[in-house]
Design a protein around this ligand. Structure first.
Ligand code: UFG
Length: 345
């Protein structure tokens, strides 16, 4: 496909008549949320390449001709790839995500998440790429004083994973002020579910997330542990804001298109504004599958806030985002469908 180089109108609005296909580099695009975002980007006609070192992601998640097996620490290789591909923008997912591990080996999180992002930003400046959508997290808020949590709530991470994302958001501010790199940080709440097509879903090793662990318990018969039932919540178990991965993917596309149309750097929560307890999730799994979930009540997990729910209006009003699939029942149906395909594979 031959496309004219994108033209920026004086107001910074890009001319869709001249160029409606963007060249996008996606780091971590072979991982869970990355792969779910690459798919609709391609469907919208964008030209996508994926940079992934496959330390956590999977080759089977990405069309083979689009995958560049490369580490984000390799600044020179990234800059050269972006120049060669005439990249317009970057969506940056690549990161380690396990909160517990980050409190045992924080150096791994600061090296990969912070130094890796610095390397990527440096490469972007060298290759003159000035737009980034960044995967941030609700963990930047730590133990929030108010829920639902607005974007201007105090930033006070309580674990090394969350702090690594705070540090990248800080880098983004300086790269904007000094180099003009415009970015949107999306602070995810609890990403879950799977593409209804059934061939993409959550595959973490080791798995620490609630919904896949509950589904595994159903299949194996080994009980899942509910981490504490003495929280100050309606049924005593922790409340989280579960967001369908496809709705999360959509937020990236809107953020990217907003930046390409001249939008300023910003930060947005990506959550539904509704919370569900651990026991509600278990009950929903039982309703969807028609089977009893074996579970035991265990001790609290260290560092778990009682309630994490997003104020999600900013994303809805400024970017026109709407959660379309994030009803808990649908999330579980899609995750269960994917789990079934995994067992047959
Ligand atoms: N839970 C259990 N048993 C388990 C696993 C989880 O009871 O075996 C509970 C947790 O205590 C928590 C809820 O289920 O209350 C959700 O836990 P997850 O591990 O699925 O997700 P978290 O809320 O801990 O973390 C998620 C992301 C993090 C991100 C955080 C920000 O995984 O990367 O949301 O809100 F930092």
């Amino acid at each position: 496909m031959i496309v004219a180089k994108m033209e920026l109108a004086p107001q910074g609005v890009y001319n869709r008549d001249l160029r409606n296909s963007l060249r996008i580099l996606v780091t971590g695009g072979a991982g869970y949320i990355g792969a779910h975002t690459v798919r609709p980007l391609l469907a919208r006609g964008h030209d996508v390449i994926v940079v992934d070192n496959l330390s956590k992601g999977y080759r089977h998640n990405v069309p083979v001709e689009r995958l560049y097996e490369m580490d984000i620490a390799d600044t020179a290789a990234l800059a050269s790839l972006m120049r060669r591909k005439q990249t317009d923008a970057v969506i940056h997912f690549a990161a380690f995500i396990a909160v517990g591990e980050s409190m045992r080996v924080p150096e791994r999180y600061f090296a990969n998440n912070v130094c890796g992002s610095l390397s990527l930003l440096t490469a972007m400046v060298q290759a003159d790429v000035k737009r980034m959508v960044f995967s941030s997290t609700a963990a930047v808020y730590g133990n929030p004083q108010t829920t639902p949590i607005p974007e201007n709530a105090p930033i006070q991470a309580v674990n090394a994973y969350g702090e690594s994302k705070v540090m990248v958001e800080t880098l983004l501010r300086w790269f904007d002020a000094i180099h003009g790199v415009r970015s949107i940080a999306l602070r995810y709440f609890n990403a879950c579910g799977a593409d209804p097509a059934g061939d993409l879903g959550e595959e973490h090793e080791p798995e620490t997330h609630l919904i896949p662990l509950v589904l595994r318990a159903l299949v194996s018969g080994q009980p899942v542990t509910v981490f504490g039932n003495d929280y100050d919540t309606p049924d005593g178990t922790c409340v989280r804001d579960y967001i369908h991965v496809n709705d999360l993917a959509q937020a990236h596309i809107l953020a990217l298109e907003h930046l390409m149309a001249g939008g300023a750097s910003d930060q947005f929560n990506v959550g539904t504004g509704r919370g569900h307890s651990v026991l509600e999730v278990i009950r929903t799994v039982e309703e969807v599958t028609g089977r009893k979930v074996p579970y035991v009540i265990g001790a609290r997990r260290e560092g778990d806030p009682a309630r994490l729910v997003a104020a999600s209006r900013k994303l809805q009003t400024k970017l026109g985002w709407k959660p379309r699939m994030s009803d808990l029942r649908r999330i579980v149906e899609h995750a269960w469908q994917f789990a079934g395909k995994q067992q047959m594979a």
